[in-house]
Structure formats: C-alpha cells, structure tokens
Ligand binder design. Structure first.
Ligand code: NAD
Ligand code: TYD
Length: 342
C-alpha cells in the first residue's frame, strides 16, 4: 500500500507512520507531507530517514504545488491512500489567533481534495481525520455520527469545515472519503502544550500544573496506538462516504487525570494551580462507538496501563521535550502568553 500521510511530523501522524511500518514493513510506502510548524518535528521519525520506502517532504497542504508533488508518492508511481492529519490543533492557540486554523484545517483540506479528484478513480481511500470536538459539548449521553455538529471554539469550527468539505467531495465527486472523529489522544511524542504531556513534564520539574476552572471538565481519553489501529482498520473495512467515531471509552475529569499524574510522578498536590477557565470551555465530550465496534473493532489498551506507559515515556525521553520547553523560543513565548499572568 502506498500512503500519503500529511502532518506526519506531529503527534498522531508520527505514531501512525511508525504503526504502519511496524505492521507492514517494506510492503508499505509512505510520503510524509508536513509544513513543520511549531508542532512538527521531523526527527520524530529519524529512524526511517533514508529508507527506500519513506519520503519526507516539507510542504503545506494549502499549497497546490506541494500537494501535487506529494501525490506522486515515494517513487513517482502515485499513492493509494491519503490520511490527512495535518492541522492546527490546539484550542488555546485558536483563541489567540484563528486565521491559520481556517487556512490549514479548512482551505488545506480543500486543496488536498482537489488534487484527489485528479487521481480518482485510482485513489482507494481519503481519510479525513476530524475530531469529536465538532459535536460540541454534551452534559449527558453520547453523540452519534448522525447528530448535528455544534462546534463552539475556533479550532473545532475549522475542523468541522474540513470534515464537511471532505464529505461534500464524496457526495459531489464520488471521492472515496471516510471521516473519522476521534476523542482526546494521549501517548508518546505529544507536543507538551496539551494537558497530559504538559502536566507530566511540569510535574517532573516541580512546576505548577495550571488546571482550568473547577477541573471538572470531562474528556474521553484514547491511547494513540488504539487510534492508529482504528484508522488502519477503517482503511481496510470502512465504507466510503461514512463517518466513524473513535473513542477510548475512558471518560475522566481533568482533576482526576491531574491527581493520577501527581501520584505516578510522586509529586505533591500543592503543585496544582487553579487558574482562570478557558473561554468557551467545552464541559464534556462523549461519543458513541457502536458504529465502529459493529464492524468488529475494539480498542485494546487499558487506560491505567497506557497512562503509566506514557508517563514513563516522558521520564525516559527528557531530551525530546526539553528541546521544546527549554530551547524553543516559540514555545517559551506561547507559555508566557498563555500562563504568565493567569
Ligand atoms: P499536532 O499538532 O501534534 O501535529 C500537527 C502536524 O501537522 C504538525 O506536524 C504540523 O507541522 C503539521 N501541519 C500543520 N499545518 C500544516 C500544513 N498547512 N501543511 C502541512 N502540515 C501541517 O497534531 P495531532 O495531535 O497529531 O493531531 C493530528 C490530527 O488529529 C489533527 O487533524 C487533529 O485535529 C486530529 N485530532 C487530534 C486529537 C488529539 O487529541 N490530539 C483528537 C482528535 C483528532
Ligand atoms: P487539551 O489537551 O488542550 O485538549 P482539548 O482542549 O482539545 O480537549 O485540554 C484537555 C482538557 O484539559 C481541557 O478540558 C482543558 C484542560 N486543560 C487544563 O485544565 N489546563 C491546561 O493547561 C491545558 C492545556 C488543558
């Protein structure tokens, strides 16, 4: 199988490429098209650089020339499957500046789809990685794929745009599109601006853990390897034009996640710092997984073990996150702006 993976230098994309190479070895060819924004780290996949079945291409999904080149594949023979992970992904950053979210998460998807039209009908799948955040917040019960979208922040609104643009291209032009809506991922190589890696690395350094509001917002945590397995499963078994929720089945309040991180790192509760809430903070995300499970897919990871494994990864890979937290001027400026006076 010949894959075009976009955003493969980021958290989930790099885990996905590693998953594909571990599972299929030389039978897989992967082009990794990534702009290398602040969140893109090419070295995440250093072990594959130079391999005959891997090509890294620095480029923008919103740039038609970059995209056309990426669709040529590793060896010029084209691609069978596109998996679009490339996105601006952090809600807090979308509250500071939303324009780049529209440019990548909406317009970028359009450019990828336009190029896909040129490669139909040879293209087998176009997987648009959307998010459970497009449904908005739900106090009780869980969202099904047929529920209306109600995004409530600039990140989720832009993701909803890309989500429905992909669907529109399936309906209008018959492209083989599948849309996935996953819940909050965690695991190795997650950029340390997101809740779990930020709190784990701050705890290691005895820095405050800035918990927003009352800490009782609920997220459904999905181990990144389960997410990768679900995408691989859908490439094989999914139906074109359909949308699939991918949840971990692990709904937890933020304060519980925080507590566990402190316990596992052996740090005191006094590190918790209650700070002003996020504007428009979605209270609870919850998705119904019945549709994907009815095809025969199950997440295999136990949440407690996965969290422990993740914490161990950050303890054993300090050089990876210290390069960001201590040496990236961009990260330092973001951290100061986000938390400095909070
Ligand atoms: P990330 O921020 O770690 O990585 C995003 C990657 O996309 C980076 O490597 C970045 O350089 C690249 N990128 C950004 N703009 C680009 C552009 N214009 N052209 C090419 N590359 C570009 O994100 P992630 O957490 O790995 O998320 C991957 C995808 O999964 C996103 O689409 C996100 O919306 C979706 N998602 C994430 C989660 C989560 O919990 N992290 C949950 C559900 C869905
Ligand atoms: P985050 O990892 O940003 O993911 P998302 O907003 O996409 O769900 O945040 C997860 C939860 O943790 C969310 O309810 C906001 C909260 N949070 C904090 O309390 N403090 C923080 O410093 C961050 C980054 C998040």
């Amino acid at each position: 199988m010949r894959y075009l993976v976009t955003g493969g230098a980021g958290f989930i994309g790099s885990n996905f490429i590693r998953y594909i190479f571990n599972k299929y070895g030389d039978a897989a060819q992967v082009v990794n098209l990534d702009k290398l924004t602040y969140a893109g780290i090419r070295e995440n996949l250093a072990e594959y650089e130079g391999a005959a079945n891997y090509r890294f291409q620095q480029g923008d999904i919103a740039n038609a020339e970059d995209v056309a080149r990426a669709y040529e594949g590793v060896d010029g023979s084209g691609v069978d499957v596109v998996v679009n992970f490339a996105a601006e992904t952090h809600v807090d950053r979308s509250l500071m500046e939303a324009g780049t979210f529209i440019e990548t998460d909406v317009h970028g998807v359009l450019v990828l789809l336009e190029e896909a039209r040129k490669h139909a009908p040879k293209l087998k799948r176009f997987i648009q990685i959307s998010t459970d955040e497009v449904y908005g917040s739900i106090d009780t019960g869980s969202f099904k794929e047929t529920d209306p979208l109600n995004p409530r922040n600039p990140y989720s609104a832009s993701k909803a745009g890309g989500d429905r643009m992909a669907y529109a291209y399936a309906q209008t032009y018959g492209l083989p599109v599948i849309v996935t809506r996953a819940s909050n991922n965690f695991g190795p190589w997650q950029y340390p601006e997101k809740l779990i890696p930020l709190f784990v690395t701050n705890a290691i350094d005895d820095l405050p853990l800035p918990l927003y509001g009352d800490g009782r917002n609920v997220r459904d945590w999905l181990y990144v390897e389960d997410h990768c397995a679900a995408i691989d499963f859908l490439i094989e078994h999914g139906t074109n034009s359909e949308t699939y929720n991918i949840g971990g089945g692990n709904e937890r309040e933020n304060r519980e996640i925080t507590q566990r991180i402190l316990e596992r790192t052996g740090k005191p509760d006094t590190l918790i710092k209650r700070v002003a809430d996020r504007q428009g903070h979605d209270r609870r995300y919850s998705i119904d997984m019945t549709k994907l499970e009815s095809l025969g897919f199950r997440c295999e990871t136990n949440f407690d073990e996965a969290l422990e494994k993740t914490i161990r990864w950050y303890s054993e890979n300090e050089s990876w996150w210290r390069a960001i937290k201590e040496r990236s001027a961009e990260f330092k400026a973001y951290y100061e702006k986000q938390y400095g006076t909070r």
